[in-house]
Design a binder for this molecule. Structure first.
Ligand code: PMP
Length: 356
């Protein structure tokens, strides 16, 4: 039996995707080998990689000025790879909205690039997205679109003249995006797009030309653009699973439909928290609430571990909040259905009645 998995990542993968992978695990398309066992240079694998790229291009409506890369090192390596490749003589501007941007800022500092943190929501424990305006002549402008730990999310992206860089790890493939303003967009796929171990980078190709000769070969976006993400051996199995996941998104109506579903899921969960506001408390300020990670507390904190245990007894896992802020968190990524969230809401009402 499968549980309802509200983990923040790695997280739930749709059963249809897992079943397809299971069916093909020993013999991909009846060829007598697993996709894990063949060369990344084979025609069979290259077809899968190109199919995943094509699907991403279509889903996000991307023009030829963009390249899609499949990289290793997680989203975390991008914290360094972005400044290594994109920093120029101008100031790179960062908005601090929590742990994941702090980590990115730290890498900029280690690398000694010219950077500035132009706004932060640290004063209120990152419960909101700060107000700011990027400079037109910044070298690049850096934000994290969805803050997985606190459950805050940008509702709109800032308009910038300089290239906008977005860590979209926890809302990648969850909604339609207007890329006209975006220079580089990245995310680990382990939340909405499959297993861990693969980072999707969507980069405006011209930005890769900023690279300096001092950058190690494999850390240059240009290297991976020129080699179709196969300068070294990529994570072939994760790319295969991503391709299956993208087919699942297409089958489910594309990103617009997925977004509509995600909005509905988040709505009923936040409504429950607000309805029982003498008992539960949302962590993010209302206007910045994430559709992906619903972080909340119980006023009587002693009840939180009981909540996690009783949820487990009711076949639901992954509800403990991040260790940095505590509390509870339900991550309701693409693979979580409306019915799954309804079951959680039902549980939350019952829990309230039992312990209020
Ligand atoms: N950015 C965000 C917003 C994240 O949520 C995470 C992981 N939870 C990361 C970056 C780091 O991803 P990875 O572990 O793949 O390096």
């Amino acid at each position: 039996m499968r549980v309802i998995n509200f983990s923040a990542g790695p997280s739930s993968i749709p059963i249809d995707v897992l079943n397809k992978a299971k069916d093909e695990l020993l013999s991909y398309q009846n060829l007598g080998f697993s996709i894990m066992e063949i060369s990344h240079r084979s025609e069979i694998f290259e077809k899968i990689l190109n199919s995943a790229k094509k699907k991403i291009k279509t889903l996000y409506n991307l023009g030829d000025e963009f390249e899609i890369l499949f990289l290793q090192g997680g989203a975390s390596l991008q914290f360094a790879q972005v400044p290594l490749n994109l920093a120029d003589e101008n100031v790179a501007e960062y908005v601090d909205s929590g742990v994941w941007t702090q980590k990115a800022i730290k890498e900029a500092q280690i690398l000694g690039i010219n950077y500035k943190v132009i706004a932060s929501s640290e004063d209120k424990n990152y419960s909101y997205i700060p107000n700011f305006k990027f400079s037109d002549n910044a070298s690049y402008c850096y934000i994290c679109s969805n803050n997985t730990i606190y459950g805050t999310q940008y509702k709109n992206y800032p308009s910038t003249k300089a290239p906008l860089v977005i860590d979209a790890s926890s809302d990648l493939f969850s909604k339609e995006i207007d890329f006209s303003n975006i220079g580089l967009f990245f995310g680990g796929i382990q939340k909405n797009g499959g297993p861990s171990g693969l980072c999707v980078v969507i980069i405006k190709k011209e930005l890769a030309n900023r690279v300096k000769n001092s950058i190690p070969t494999l850390l240059r976006y240009k290297t991976q653009i020129d080699n179709n993400s196969m300068s070294n051996t990529p994570n072939t199995f994760a790319i295969y699973l991503l391709d299956l996941m993208l087919s699942w998104i297409e089958k489910n109506g594309g990103l617009k439909e997925i977004d509509d579903k995600n909005v509905k899921k988040a709505k009923i969960l936040y409504e429950c928290i607000d309805d029982l506001s003498s008992f539960y408390q949302g962590i993010a300020q209302k206007e910045f609430r994430s559709l992906m990670n619903v972080s909340f507390k119980i006023f009587d904190q002693n009840l939180e571990s009981i909540f996690v245990q009783e949820a487990f007894d009711n076949n639901m896992i992954g509800l403990k909040g991040h260790r940095i802020i505590g509390g509870l968190r339900a991550s309701i990524y693409n693979a979580i259905s409306l019915l799954d969230v309804e079951k959680l809401v039902d549980f939350m009402y019952k829990f309230y009645k039992k312990y209020k």
